[in-house]
Ligand binder design. Structure first.
Ligand code: GAL
Length: 824
């Protein structure tokens, strides 16, 4: 009998969760406005007009970043400023600060769409923008629908009343404007994130209309609270049916409730999940709440909310706890650009980057200093990366002449609310940061602004702690600013952590931004010395990882702080990836530098040596054994050429052409010796350098060899993407190298490589990670930088083979094939 009942129950739920069609229409439809946009860079009088002929405008696909196509130019957004947060007192000309790309100015986009079977009385139509850079004015059928100034935030507007009632095409026009001196880094330009059309019944769950929390979490049971807002249901009696589904789609809990909706109050449902699969970076288990809304017996909406079950706590003196376990953040800060793709969002590019970070052992990302794309947050949920989302670099006091301070008074609360509603159901998001190094830190009333923003977080999402990245330590320790935050976050200032811990009531310190070590992939400078603000004639920094800026430090200091003090919460390194703009230490009249050197991974998504230093401490699952520098130094024969090894093993022996150079052990003699094995006196001779790592018991455990390269012989392409989706969007990243006859990387090769991409895909971009390189990312040819570059190709919409050919003068060419596959 019980079995029969269970079967009936199961069939009942199966029925409920099959998409329901009412009179041929499902309760909710959502689609992207992706193709067939027209774009014009520049002002257009009445660009929203219905009679304007836009057929001569460029045809583009969204997401689109108009500025990434270049050309690079010193004159773009030249800023004569004193960067006070870097300790500058006098203004100087800053070149390449925003990437040297033409993001400043006005741009217009236009497209049209049809709402299938539109019935204006019973339907609602919303346009949702995941981000538009910036000062977006949206027009529908010639009339203004909405305005949203902050280019990083998502926003939406109900356009129902502006739509044609007779089923004709509706025209959307968007005017964007980026002011000069509005940013400290490359912001991108245009409709760089997705645009959605959402069609619902009149009674519906609005955009970001659910809030799901897990008030009790244990291994044996978890309680789930779902609050669902409804539009146009005031005074109605609503029946809500929700099932909680696990990752395999099995119903693990369900509820059917009836409630009268009072004005503005959400519909509340509670669930129990037995033996929940908890979310963590190591186990990114996800669930979803599948909700159906019935009014007067009619299904009016269906809504899916993906979530995870996990518990976040902050404990004085102990730090951050996830699911009852203390852990220290092994995080990185990232700006939003994707190097050669610019700000235009692409899921496969993000996935590629996140996989590199995961392999390094990174477990967290700070979105500096702005709201992320929803695709990034969804991927962090799926792959297992915690997130600290941070909306602002400026509050009411300016850092940039035309920065966000212009909008702060009127828009800060709306921006915070959108951000929090957008991402408060994502399990990866474990903390909000309300700002970065805001000048307001030192103003007498600054604490009021901080508490205004923190209170918005507490009101809209009491489930997460709040921090702020602070650099003016003397101010914030005394003026009440730091003590009011849930979590005090220090940017750099490692020498003041102990004092902050002792003075602050929270008894905790988070490294909200750390390191800012600078390096160029494949560049090594001699002699090897630890030094701040080093400048060289070639405008590069050394990959011995000993160089930093006046305000910053080396990774070793942050490692030690995390290891030595139970009250530190770990760190967010500045930065995971190099980004466009802020080319410190070459930022003052130092053109052609135009991209950062802080990244652990370069602008072409190629790991620098530093990647392996972090990996040796952070990746607890796999060993790391990495040698630097390369071993091809024809001009250094007989000269002192230090060798560093980044490894998790405690000691290692180095051999040059078979001769032992001795054993090095990690010691506490200096911070560098604690985390790196260094042979400072080795003399260069061509041949091979070999490292043998010894385990705790002194037994050889692993070895690695680097050989002197011969002459460049051929171009070699490698990819981890042998097969990609034939969806017209997915990208494959291809590493391109010049190698000698034996296959060794030629680390000085800098020849031009030309590409032909044909068949089932197209050429998308190139990057070589050189922060001084002015070659266009979108031309299918580029010079190698220290022997390497990255090619990115994009699938078409048909299955087949993408054929890629790489040629370089005097070298043997290479051919690579990538399969594209249609979704089943
Ligand atoms: C920090 C700042 C970051 C970036 C970094 C470079 O002070 O918060 O946005 O500018 O310096 O080191």
């Amino acid at each position: 009998m019980m079995r029969l009942l269970r079967k009936i129950y199961f069939l009942f739920f199966l029925f409920l969760f099959v998409p329901v069609n009412l009179n041929g229409q499902s309760a909710r439809q959502s689609f992207l406005l992706e193709k067939n946009w027209r774009f014009f860079q520049g002002e257009v009088a009445q660009g929203e007009s219905m009679v304007l002929d836009d057929r001569t405008w460029e045809k583009v696909t969204i997401p689109h970043d108009w500025a990434i196509f270049g050309p690079f130019d010193r004159a773009h957004d030249l800023q004569d400023v004193a960067v006070t947060q870097n300790g500058e007192k006098k203004s100087t000309v800053k070149t390449g600060r925003t990437g040297g790309l033409p993001y400043v100015g006005v741009g217009w986009y236009r497209t049209s769409f049809v709402v299938p079977q539109f019935e204006p009385i019973n339907k609602r139509v919303v346009l949702k923008f995941d981000g538009a850079m910036s000062e977006a004015r949206v027009y529908v059928n010639g009339k203004e629908a909405c305005f949203w100034p902050y280019g990083y935030n998502a926003f939406h507007c109900d356009v129902t009343e502006l739509l044609h009632r007779d089923g004709r095409n509706n025209m959307v026009a968007v005017r964007l404007e980026n002011k000069a001196q509005s940013s400290r880094w490359y912001p991108g330009a245009g409709l760089y994130r997705n645009v959605h059309v959402i069609v619902t019944d009149k009674i519906h769950v609005p955009v970001w209309g659910t809030y799901i929390t897990t008030p009790f979490v244990s291994d044996s049971i978890a309680s789930i609270k779902l609050e669902t807002s409804l539009k146009n249901a005031d005074g109605k009696s609503v029946r809500m049916v929700t099932a909680i589904l696990d990752a395999a789609g099995h119903v693990v809990a369900q509820k059917e409730n009836q409630q009268k909706i009072n004005y503005g109050k959400p519909f509340v449902q509670n669930f129990e999940v037995i033996k929940p699969a908890l979310w963590s970076p190591e186990t990114p288990n996800l669930y979803s709440a599948s909700t159906q809304v019935f009014v007067d017996g009619k299904l009016t909406d269906r809504f899916e909310t993906r979530f995870g079950i996990r518990e976040v706590r902050i404990i004085a003196d102990r730090g951050f706890m996830l699911n009852g376990k203390i852990r220290k953040f092994q995080g990185v800060c990232n700006h939003h650009d994707l190097g050669p793709l610019g700000a235009a969002i692409n899921v496969s590019a993000l996935r590629y980057q996140l996989q590199l970070l995961k392999d390094m052992g990174c477990d967290a990302i700070r979105t500096a200093h702005n709201m992320p794309a929803p695709e990034l947050v969804a991927l962090c949920d799926e792959l297992g990366l915690m997130m600290m989302i941070e909306p602002f670099d400026e509050w009411d006091i300016a850092k940039c002449k035309n920065g966000y301070h212009r909008f702060f008074a009127d828009w800060a609360e709306r921006d915070m609310v959108n951000m929090i509603h957008h991402f408060r159901n994502n399990p990866s998001v474990v903390m909000w940061s309300i700002g970065n190094e805001v000048p307001t830190q030192c103003s007498a009333e600054g604490y009021k602004v901080a508490s205004f923003l923190q209170n918005i977080c507490h009101r809209e999402d009491p489930s997460r702690p709040v921090t702020c990245g602070m650099d003016k330590v003397s101010c914030v320790l005394e003026n009440g600013f730091a003590s009011l935050l849930d979590v005090p976050g220090l940017n750099y200032r490692t020498h003041r952590y102990e004092e902050a811990y002792a003075k602050l009531p929270q008894n905790l310190v988070l490294g909200s931004e750390t390191a800012s070590t600078v390096s160029s992939r494949g560049v090594y400078k001699f002699p090897v010395v630890k030094k701040g603000d080093m400048l060289y004639p070639d405008h590069q920094s050394s990959s011995y990882d000993m160089e930093y800026c006046s305000w910053s430090n080396l990774p070793d200091e942050d490692f030690a702080l995390a290891e030595d003090h139970h009250w530190t919460m770990g760190q967010f390194v500045w930065t995971g990836f190099d980004y466009l703009g802020e080319p410190s230490p070459y930022d003052t009249d130092a053109w052609p530098n135009h991209s950062s050197m802080f990244g652990i991974i370069d602008l072409a998504s190629i790991p620098k040596d530093r990647y392996y230093l972090y990996r040796s401490l952070w990746n607890k699952k796999e060993h790391t054994l990495h040698i630097l520098p390369h071993w091809t130094w024809p001009d250094r024969v007989g000269q002192q050429t230090p060798v560093f090894v980044y490894t998790d093993y405690p000691s290692a022996e180095l051999f040059i052409n078979g001769k032992s150079q001795g054993i090095q052990r990690k010691t506490k003699n200096s911070l560098q010796e604690r985390y790196r094995l260094m042979w400072m006196n080795t003399l260069y001779e061509p041949g091979e350098v070999k490292v043998v790592a010894y385990d705790e018991s002194g037994k050889p455990a692993a070895e690695k060899i680097v050989r002197t390269a011969g002459k460049p012989f051929q171009i070699k392409m490698d990819t981890m993407h042998d097969s990609i989706a034939a969806d017209g969007r997915t990208l494959a990243y291809i590493r391109v190298k010049a190698v000698d006859k034996a296959g060794n990387l030629c680390p000085h090769a800098d020849g031009l490589v030309q590409f032909e991409v044909g068949g089932a895909g197209t050429f998308r971009a190139l990057a070589n990670g050189d922060p001084t390189n002015l070659e266009a990312f979108q031309k299918p040819q580029m010079h190698l930088f220290n022997g390497q570059l990255t090619l990115i190709v994009q699938s078409g919409e048909k299955s087949g083979k993408i054929k890629i050919q790489a040629k370089s003068n005097g070298l043997k060419e290479d051919v690579l094939t990538i399969q594209t596959v249609l979704a089943p």
